[in-house]
Design a protein around this ligand. Sequence first.
Ligand code: SAM
Ligand code: SF4
Length: 354
Amino acid sequence: MGSTVRSGTGRVGDLPASPLTSLRAPLIDTRGRVARKLRVSLTDRCNFACLFCMPSKGKVHWLPSEDLLHFEEVERLVRVLVSLGVRRVRLTGGEPLLRPGVDQLVRQLTRIPGLEEVDMTTNGWSLAEMAAPLRRAGLHGVTVSLHSLRADRFRAIAGVDALSRVLEGIDAACREGLTPVKINSVAIRGYNEDEVIDLVEFARERDVSLRFIEFMPLDGRGTWDPAKVVSGAEILSRIRDRYPLLLRGRGDGDTARRWGFADGRGEVGLITPITEPFCDDCDRVRLTSDGMFLTCLFDRTLNDLRGPMRSGATDEELAERIRTVYGRKPPGVQYLGDLRKTWVKPRAMHAIGG
Ligand code: SAM
Ligand code: SF4
């Protein structure tokens, strides 16, 4: 396992000439963006039903289980993508901890030469018992989603009475030494925007990084509306009213612009795909749980890798297919027109992988 290094600017002129250099030429799109990070969804299923993610009760259609990639298939596609320059993997879903044996998959992935970091995003339900096995398997960091610190609100947002379990999960992740531990919070107008400071204080007490994500129109219920988006600028001003902040900036290819607190404790990041998108140096690609390759969260084309893989495609053929698809990576959300009128999502967030 190599040491954790930054991924460069995500542009072709800055490819690192290191022993980790890929076996194949890296993935570069027509805008010169280089793919370095991969989000792998392990399942579209979830035991929560967050209102900004899942369809309403009774309207969820899970992917057939035979369509889900087996762990060996996930590992194979990750290997091919690492040979094409991917350096970091984030496991997500749906809820990734619903897949039995996920720690075993982590162990397999962390052994892939050239892959520098494997992290996970989880709703935290199973983290209290899984933090130790995941750490032993070599998982680096964990990001836990936490949208409210009030039990009734948590339930209203996530559809499950799970606040205390999720908090135990966060504490277990810190105790076990998963690094970094981060918290993701989606602020939605009328639901939780008044909890910004409470969430900041919670994160500072634990010295973990807190990220606020703007609500994206990827919700299964189709209720997204610009009026429900609490902008990064508004969140920043709420925090600044209480705490002096020091700008740390946004690393190349990163989604979050980050600030530190004047006393050095904790960190806050704003992920602003709606009001201040960051598509021009995007270095991310995605693999859905049923083996579809996506070059952008806002791409409408699901490119099947499972079919060719199960029909006997070689690694070289899979790499070629990935390269062709990546070359067509769309410019990104900031170049889309009116999201409400002109863009239709292919799937809800839980079935893409956030
Ligand atoms: N179940 C895990 C969890 O909740 O962390 C992983 C999957 S979830 C889809 C990944 C991240 O996407 C979570 O932090 C979640 O809050 C965020 N998310 C889901 N729907 C979103 C939306 N419509 N807009 C912005 N973020 C969203
Ligand atoms: Fe499940 Fe995560 Fe979507 Fe919430 S955000 S419904 S926890 S996949």
